[in-house]
Design a protein around this ligand. Structure first.
Ligand code: GAP
Length: 518
């Protein structure tokens, strides 16, 4: 299936099965804002619980907070967001459509990559088994041409970004004849900077309302509370503060479903370290966060690091963890070494000392910070993309199955009476009444058993418990596994223990610690 079609199917699956709905749908929706449905919210809550545990249970020196969305407006001046949290905008004069200038160039570069891959794939077909793809890339004149073009564009692009040179960005778009996808013309305006923060007012106008911002990242709530936590928690460096919460950005190009939203959720952790220790901890968190992703079982080859060419104004090292979505490798998480920039600026703007007294050296200093920052919605999307699968069954039908990690699945088990008579339905309800204290359960008696299995496969339920006539005789049931579709019999009294083992989040957490050799 073409990747574009696959993505369309995943988006419609999310809606059809109650995972994600467009916000305000009956009013024709609101751009890049989404609501989570009955299964979506369960999956999202499980994702957040898993991340939270991976931070606070696996690291005794990481604690959590929950800071307010509204913060003092000076915070955003100190953090640099008022002046520098911008995207370069360009308009096409014919279609009147607005684009992010950097994304137009990135798309152009991605197209060159696609052309190279196509050439290689064509040659591989032609030459068969003896084909050496690496050698072909190095020697084929057409591939070399595309590569040279890519490298030249990339070099100009990196320089323009680093110099913040908007005219140079526009010149690349013109030189490369990058056209508007709607009008097909190259009739572009100047490139302008556009601040991504949403602003609102606090207090009534008569009182002299003050302009405040909806936070564009949760991190600043951690920075401004770092001394509160350090002192009340008697924390010693190195230590971390984790937080999950909403963030808001007035994204210009909001696309690819929940990949780029205007209201989204972040899971961020700031790790405070002694100056000079930051690179060691940057490497540690790079590795640890990759182990987190790989523990989800979507395939190790689906992830890669992408080191930043252009560093944010606060960073001295940065990398992204990218996941291969149907629309290419995309950033799911950022890991930044943020130096002591944020705390120094807050010290300057607030006039309050934010120093850490090091009991070992007797010195006071502003700690350095390594940050891990992941979007809940992007992790949700990578899980949906990695888990979605269409496959033939033994009887020749097709089934759609979400192979979600059992510990994160919205519904852990479905209890299904084979028929709705002879007391099977009442027995099934009894089983649900017993297991609901420990697991999200669903009772389903409608339609054939095959149809009910399909429904559960489609929402990723890892286990289906079937109550049949034998159950009435010996109090045993069958457990059907979602992925293998295999069934085995278990005594009802053993169900809780067996399911608990299978859906235990601890199993995933152990994988992280093990992959990370902790
Ligand atoms: N505190 C650092 C920070 O916010 P970022 O790279 O801008 O860094 C971190 O964002 C993560 O937040 C991203 O890796 C992504 O997962 C998520 N994210 C950022 N913008 C988003 C958006 N518009 N929609 C959904 N998720 C977003």
């Amino acid at each position: 299936m073409a990747q574009e079609d696959l993505f369309k199917k995943i988006v419609s699956h999310c809606k059809e099965y109650g995972f994600v709905f467009p916000s305000s749908e009956i009013y024709d929706g609101l751009g890049a804002v989404y609501d989570y449905g009955q299964y979506g919210v369960e999956l999202k809550n499980n994702i957040k619980a898993f991340w939270w545990k991976s931070m606070t249970l696996l690291h005794e020196n990481v604690v959590g907070i929950d800071s307010a969305i509204f913060m003092h407006p000076k915070i955003w001046q100190a953090s640099g967001h008022v002046d520098a949290f911008n995207d370069p905008l360009i308009d096409n004069k014919d279609s009147k459509k607005r684009y992010r200038a950097d994304i137009l160039i990135e798309d152009y570069l991605a197209k060159l990559d696609e052309k190279i891959d196509k050439e290689v794939a064509k040659a591989a077909k032609r030459f068969g088994e003896s084909f050496d793809a690496a050698l072909y890339r190095e020697t084929n004149p057409r591939v070399q041409g595309y590569l040279a073009e890519k490298n030249e564009t990339l070099e100009r692009f990196s320089k323009a970004l680093n110099d913040n040179d908007l005219e140079a960005i526009r010149t690349i778009i013109i030189d490369k004849k990058i056209v508007c996808p709607i009008s097909g013309t190259c009739n572009w305006t100047e490139v302008r900077q556009f601040n991504l923060m949403f602003a609102t007012e606090m207090g009534s106008t008569a009182d002299g309302a003050s302009k405040i911002y909806l936070r564009p990242e949760t991190a600043q709530g951690i920075f401004v509370n770092y001394l509160n936590v350090q002192k009340t928690g008697r924390m010693k460096l190195p230590f971390g503060i984790a937080q999950i919460g909403k963030a808001f950005r007035n994204e210009i190009v909001a696309r690819q479903f929940i990949f780029r939203m205007r209201e989204f959720e972040q899971m961020e952790m700031q790790f405070f370290v002694a100056p000079g220790e930051e690179m060691k901890w940057f490497e540690y968190w790079k590795k640890t966060r990759m182990a987190f992703h790989k523990s989800l079982g979507l395939g190790d080859n689906k992830y890669r690091y992408h080191d930043h060419e252009k560093l944010a104004h606060y960073a001295n090292a940065a990398t992204d963890i990218e996941y291969e979505m149907p629309f290419g490798f995309k950033e799911v998480e950022g890991i930044h070494s943020r130096t002591n920039y944020d705390l120094s600026r807050h010290e300057e703007f607030s006039g309050k000392k934010l120093r850490y007294f090091d009991p070992q050296t007797g010195e006071s200093y502003i700690p350095y910070v390594v940050e891990t920052s992941i979007g809940v919605d992007r992790l949700f999307l990578s899980l949906m993309c990695g888990a979605y699968c269409e496959e033939p069954t033994e009887n020749g039908e097709m089934r759609t199955v979400l192979r979600l990690p059992a510990a994160l699945a919205p519904i852990k088990l479905a209890v299904l009476p084979l028929v709705r008579k002879d007391g099977l339905d009442e027995k099934a309800r009894e089983v649900v009444r017993e297991l609901r204290f420990d697991f999200t359960c669903q009772y389903d008696e409608k339609d054939s058993i095959g149809k009910r299995y399909r429904r559960q496969d489609a929402i990723g339920t890892p286990y289906c418990i079937t109550i049949d006539n034998q159950t009435m005789e010996d109090n045993t049931v069958t457990i059907r596994e979602r992925d293998t579709m295999e069934q085995h019999r278990v005594a009802i009294t053993d169900l809780r223990k067996e399911i608990a083992q299978k859906v235990d989040m601890g199993t995933l957490l152990r994988k992280i610690a093990c992959d990370n050799h902790e």
